[in-house]
Write a protein that binds this ligand. Structure first.
Ligand code: SAH
Length: 436
């Protein structure tokens, strides 16, 4: 059937309507006229496949990546970059209106990504054997189908070289992909790097890796830190397993962010786009404004935001639930001679409730995972007397829902979207709220 695509969905697909039923169609852009074959019909929505594009969006381009369609990670790569930013803005705007009736004039234009290719500082890829060769790849979204990927143009070029060099050595030693029954083999490859220095984690079964292979890996140019993670659980969705073993070279990976020095352990979260992370941190610093007595950051990870703001307050407290990350963050505070910045290991809502009863918090910064703030956290913030809040979000849907709740006591002042992940539908935003 003929269909006009009217908007972009949160997964980067096009959305058209069949009577009033929304139809999600991958690989098409808003404003395109498409011949669609319905592949699945449910009560509230349908899925479709574009058989032919009848009229193309003028901003449609040939994607630079040869596996763009089959891999599925970069659905917006078929549009010129400025158009991608328009789509992302629309996704954010619609979510904020739908869930929180936000005045769209409060939403700034997205800050563009400085480098739209080669920006990703980390890969976290599953491994499989194909024709006797170990390969990294991706699972096609929503499926169990493994797609081997030779080259990814989103990865920083040095990261790509390192990934290929590591795979080459693993193949030289005939390392097999993970076998669920034997509980042995390579499950995934995690590599993160900045400025030519890389930290690599081999996620394996209960393998004892050959010494000669390890010393070859350690000798690779730029191999700053080498780890193994033992992962034999069938259920866990986490890339890393329960046990970490340091295999060679340094334990931490260093990173310089403006005048801040950080060191990162393999399991800790760090923003995937280093130059846009700086833009994000500078934006947060601007929003916090002048010097404060006490800033609290919930969901603080390795402490990057709190430490970036170290000159903005007499005292800064970060709250983070993963112990490893808290140890990492406190080390980073020492490294930057910041005795007034402390990181506590706790659930964000529990600790914030305790702190907000005991002290006057001038600014609360939250940077939650994609699921947003939980009910306990929302209740705690509403009950507190915290005057100013900065909400950093990587998910427009949960940001919208949370702002809908927070607006009972807080007024949204400004929202700044930042593009960290060009070609994907993801958009980061920073939102300032003042207590009413
Ligand atoms: N602000 C950091 C990282 C944010 S990622 C940075 O800019 O680098 C979100 C962090 O929230 C993760 O480190 C995760 O471990 C932590 N987290 C998730 N749920 C939490 C909870 N209930 N309480 C405290 N921390 C939590």
């Amino acid at each position: 059937m003929k269909m006009k695509i009217v908007k972009t969905g949160i997964n980067g697909e096009g959305i058209g309507y069949m009577d009033k039923l929304p139809v999600f169609v991958p690989d098409v852009l808003a404003d395109e006229e498409v011949d669609v074959k319905i592949t699945k019909k449910e009560r509230r929505y349908a899925l479709g496949k574009a058989v032919r594009i009848l009229s193309k969006n003028k901003d449609r381009i040939q994607p630079k990546c040869y596996v763009q369609k089959s891999c599925g990670a970069c659905p917006l790569m078929i549009a010129r970059y400025p158009k991608q930013l328009e789509y992302k803005y629309e996704i954010l705007r619609q979510s904020l209106i739908k869930y929180a009736q936000i005045d769209p004039r409060l939403i700034a234009k997205p800050v563009a990504n400085e480098h739209i290719f080669g920006y990703r500082n980390q890969c976290k890829l599953p491994c499989r054997s194909e024709d006797g060769r170990l390969m990294t790849g991706m699972f096609v979204p929503g499926s169990n189908y493994f797609h081997a990927i030779e080259t990814c143009i989103i990865h920083e070029p040095g990261l790509e070289n390192m990934r290929k060099a590591v795979l080459h050595i693993l193949n030289k030693y005939r390392m097999p992909a993970y076998d669920v029954k034997k509980k042995k083999g390579i499950r995934s490859l995690v590599i993160r790097g900045f400025d030519g220095r890389y930290q690599c984690t081999l996620v394996t079964g209960e393998d004892e890796l050959p010494d000669s292979m390890l010393s070859e890996l350690c000798r690779l140019k730029g191999m700053h830190s080498l780890w193994q993670s033992i992962h034999t659980s069938r259920k866990s969705l986490d890339v890393f397993g329960s046990r970490m073993i340091h295999l060679g070279n340094e334990t931490y990976l260093p990173l310089q962010l403006d005048d801040l020095q950080l060191q990162i352990s393999p399991r800790s979260f760090f923003q995937l786009n280093t130059s846009q992370a700086k833009v994000l941190y500078r934006t947060i610093a601007d929003m916090v404004g002048g010097r404060k007595k006490l800033i609290v950051e919930a969901y603080s990870g390795i402490g990057a935001i709190s430490l970036y703001l170290r000159n903005k307050a007499e005292r800064i407290i970060g709250i983070e639930s993963i112990k490893d990350a808290v140890v990492n963050a406190n080390r980073n505070a020492k490294l930057n001679h910041s005795d007034h910045v402390h990181f506590l290991c706790a659930d964000a809502a529990d600790k914030l409730l305790y702190l907000s009863k005991k002290e006057t918090i001038d600014v609360l910064i939250v940077d939650p995972p994609r699921t947003g703030l939980d009910d306990a956290m929302l209740a705690c913030i509403l009950q507190s007397r915290i005057r100013e809040m900065v909400y950093v979000s990587c998910n427009p849907a949960t940001l919208g829902k949370d702002l809908g709740v927070l607006q009972k006591r807080y007024q949204v002042k400004k929202i700044v979207p930042i593009d960290m992940f060009s070609h994907t539908p993801h958009i980061e935003s920073v939102c300032v709220l003042n207590r009413r």
